[in-house]
Design a protein around this ligand. Structure first.
Ligand code: XIL
Length: 314
């Protein structure tokens, strides 16, 4: 049977996965990651707390491993993420800085990381999760110190560091039209109007089995695409109450198919990344107690109906 990347490549879309750095030494994991996907996202090792654990001290070991893996396997790299309220190092989260010093810390971080991988990372999540559920700006440290201007400044720093990388803003619960996605829509429309260098919007798609509305997702992708932006499904997983059973797994397959169909129906939707390979390695059970089985491969790295549905979509 053809792999996911073999069926996706002729459509011009990429199919990616989040890579857990600690699992690259597992040959089963590594083989699936290499053969099934043509794009990789670092699940954690490109986040600020990993990359700059102490101010001015950089740790690129995991990020370099990811980029090397991608080059070995002829894969794109989706950079995740530069400016985010979560997984910030303690010195940054708890430190006391003037607004101008804080702005410089942020833009220096963006410049340093994007420059290091210039030409090797094709897309960056420059800003992640900037919104509250009601569509107002999240009161992150970035927002508290700099107001919403931090967003434009982060994008400008990223563009200057790698003019060829495509720059994204990424969020969750923005997959369909709602207060949060409306807030995101207004922001990216205004950024475009102001000439801020933004190229795309990432939609995480951490979804729930039986609650996926494919046509609503398609319509929402389309309205962002109509602003002249690329759109990407960046972190797809579809969770259920565990344990799984065949009814739930069949519904999950239909839900995966609906998300893939939504992307494929929108020409500006350039790819789909799933947030992990096997259910055993997924972040879901740690964060949503009693839920899981959200990935395309099961606990034993066997492909699930969701895997077959994804492949059939291309
Ligand atoms: C998650 C990782 O999967 C976990 O390993 C980590 O402990 C926490 O972060 N939105 C994002 C991702 O943008 O970076 C998150 O990844 C999942 C939610």
């Amino acid at each position: 049977d053809p792999t996911l990347r073999e069926v996706a490549e002729p459509t011009g879309r990429f199919i990616g996965t989040a890579i857990n750095d600690g699992l690259l030494s597992n040959s089963t994991y590594r083989n699936i990651a290499a053969t099934e996907f043509d794009s990789v996202t670092a699940e954690n090792v490109m986040k600020w707390d990993t990359v700059e654990p102490q101010r001015g001290q950089f740790n690129w070991s995991g990020a370099d491993r990811l980029v090397q893996f991608a080059q070995q396997n002829d894969q794109l790299v989706y950079g995740h993420t530069l400016v985010w309220h979560s997984q910030m190092p303690g010195w940054l989260q708890n430190g006391s800085f003037s607004n101008s010093e804080f702005r410089t810390i942020m833009t220096d971080h963006v410049t340093t990381q994007v420059s290091r991988y210039r030409g090797q990372v094709q897309r960056w999540d420059v800003v992640n999760e900037a919104f509250n559920e009601d569509g107002t700006f999240r009161q992150s440290k970035f927002y508290q110190q700099l107001g919403s201007s931090y967003i434009a400044d982060a994008f400008r720093a990223a563009r200057a560091a790698d003019p060829n990388a495509k720059l994204f803003i990424n969020d969750y619960n923005t997959e369909t039209a709602n207060a949060k996605s409306d807030g995101l829509y207004r922001l990216v429309r205004d950024l475009k109007a102001q000439g801020v260098p933004i190229d795309g919007v990432g939609f995480q798609n951490h979804l729930i089995v039986g609650q996926v509305n494919g046509s609503a997702i398609q319509q929402n992708l389309k309205r962002f695409a109509d602003l002249g932006l690329e759109v990407v499904i960046t972190e797809l997983d579809i969770r259920m109450r565990t344990p799984a059973d065949s009814t739930k797994l069949q519904q999950q397959a239909r839900d995966y198919r609906a998300v893939a169909d939504a992307c494929l129906a929108v020409s500006a939707c350039s790819g789909i990344t799933v947030w992990g390979i096997s259910d055993r390695d997924s972040w879901v059970p740690d964060v949503f107690p009693g839920e899981g089985a959200a990935c395309p491969w099961d606990d034993n790295y066997r492909p699930k109906p969701a895997y077959e549905a994804l492949r059939a979509a291309f």
